[in-house]
Design a protein around this ligand. Structure first.
Ligand code: APR
Length: 239
């Protein structure tokens, strides 16, 4: 098993809590995003059909915030990039986050299951492109030339998360599952720990407070990600 033998593949699930100390809001903390705006108004396909300008304004503001030079990876992101480089077997990060902080920290084996704020998606031709500017209703798709279908490449409530077969395959063979900075509110991510348990993996939760799924974990460590994640990773690498 990973913790004792220093081998075996690792799946890391991250949520908004890992990016909090980098300056990005979480969703369900008291000062979180859903405390100021309703999911139904900005994060569903129905919201986009009903009021696309409002949805674009919500994600344009979050994209500008994310791309501010002051928003940088914190020691938790950097520790995970180091784990990927130093661990002898595959390490994959499955992130619920749509920010680019894992990439900035140097992680490469990364799955954005809820999409990426730094990409656009055409609702008509499904072309994805890197997009760092504002999106608008009047945008024309550079791939198919159609008008009105450009949206952030973000998975909304009611839509299917991305890369689920690849995520399930990684969970089925992992020796260690580490969950960081997620409240365990949203499925399918909240159920990954049970799949890891079924695979016989060791399961560890690193979070500011116990998540809703804490009882499914072999080990649960509370604290700020920038402190407890580097500490845990160094312990893992020290064998
Ligand atoms: N260090 C570690 N954990 C933290 C920190 C921190 N500095 N700050 C907050 N947390 C924890 C909170 O205690 C909480 O358990 O991070 C978790 C954040 O939970 P949520 O705000 O619910 O975010 P997340 O779990 O990523 O949400 C999942 O819900 O709204 C959708 O698509 C959205 O991807 C998101 C999904």
């Amino acid at each position: 098993m990973a913790l004792s033998s220093g081998t075996g593949s690792i799946v890391v699930l991250t949520g908004a809590g890992i990016s909090k100390e980098s300056g990005l809001s979480t969703f369900r903390d008291a000062d979180g995003i859903w405390a100021t705006v309703r999911i139904e108004d900005v994060a569903t396909p129905e919201a986009f059909m009903r009021d696309p300008e409002r949805v674009h304004a919500f994600y344009n503001q979050r994209r500008r915030g994310m791309l501010d030079p002051s928003i940088r990876p914190n020691p938790a992101h950097l520790a995970l990039a180091r784990l990927e480089r130093a661990w002898p077997d595959p390490v994959v990060i499955v992130t619920q986050n749509i920010d680019n902080l894992h990439e900035q920290a140097g992680s490469t084996n990364l799955i954005h299951m809820h999409g990426e704020l730094e990409k656009s998606l055409c609702a008509y031709c499904h072309a994805r492109r890197v997009n760092r500017g504002d999106l608008a209703v009047g945008d024309i798709c550079p791939d198919c030339g159609q008008l009105g279908g450009m949206r952030p490449d973000v998975v909304w409530f009611g839509e299917m998360p991305l890369e689920m077969p690849r995520i399930h395959a990684a969970l089925a063979r992992c020796a260690l599952f580490i969950s960081i900075g997620t409240s365990g509110n949203v499925y399918p991510a909240a159920g990954f720990v049970q799949l890891a348990n079924e695979a016989g993996a060791e399961t560890v939760e690193l979070n500011l407070e116990p998540s809703l799924g804490v009882s499914f974990f072999d080990t649960s460590i509370q604290g700020r990600a920038s402190e407890i994640v580097p500490e845990f990773i160094e312990g893992l690498l020290a064998g």
